[in-house]
Write a protein that binds this ligand. Sequence first.
Ligand SMILES: O=C(O)CCC(=O)C(=O)O
Ligand SMILES: [Fe+2]
Length: 213
Amino acid sequence: MDGALFPRERAVVAPGAVHVPDWLSPPLQRRLLEACREWAKPPAGLRVVRLPGGGVMTARQVCLGWHWYPYGYARTVVDGDGAPVKAFPGWLAELGREAVAAVGFDAGPDYDIALINFYGEGAHMGMHRDSDEKDDAPVVSFSLGDTCTFRFGNAETRGQPYTDVELASGDLFVFGGAARFAYHGVVRTRPGTAPPGLGLDGRLNVTLRVSGY
Ligand SMILES: O=C(O)CCC(=O)C(=O)O
Ligand SMILES: [Fe+2]
């Protein structure tokens, strides 16, 4: 990270959960951002996610491969415009394999789901588990744009113990094994902290998962 007082180090946040700062090079961050801009376009583009309780998620979302809705997966945007979900590209599956290898996990089956969340000012994500997939392959997370405080907890409760991690543009976070079903969330983003050269106001997070379908 430019201007960091100390270099940010790779960290095992919990058994099975690894944070690798600056894993995506600036050119790769730009490529992923450009792809996200295409994926965000309709049909099956960026949408507001409505929760069964009547609330909405403050992060807006677009999916690839399989469409996630609260709480399951479908091949079409069943809670939006009804269009077929966009294809999951081979290069993204390859990036997922490389990311998993970089932290020393088994790659397992091919990644076939991407959830892309856009956080504008004030957006956040409550503590939850990624538990709608039928496969327990590690979740791979890439961050672009503004830095956020990411809270990574435990598999039992939404509360303590948890660890707060600053995820900056280009960071990789992988959670698998004992950490695969741990609660996690985004406490806040820090507007204006994106790398000036990237050209993104806000934060994007791309998680790759294996559906098991
Ligand atoms: O934005 C993030 O870093 C986390 C996103 C997340 O937990 C999810 O999409 O399930
Ligand atoms: Fe999640």
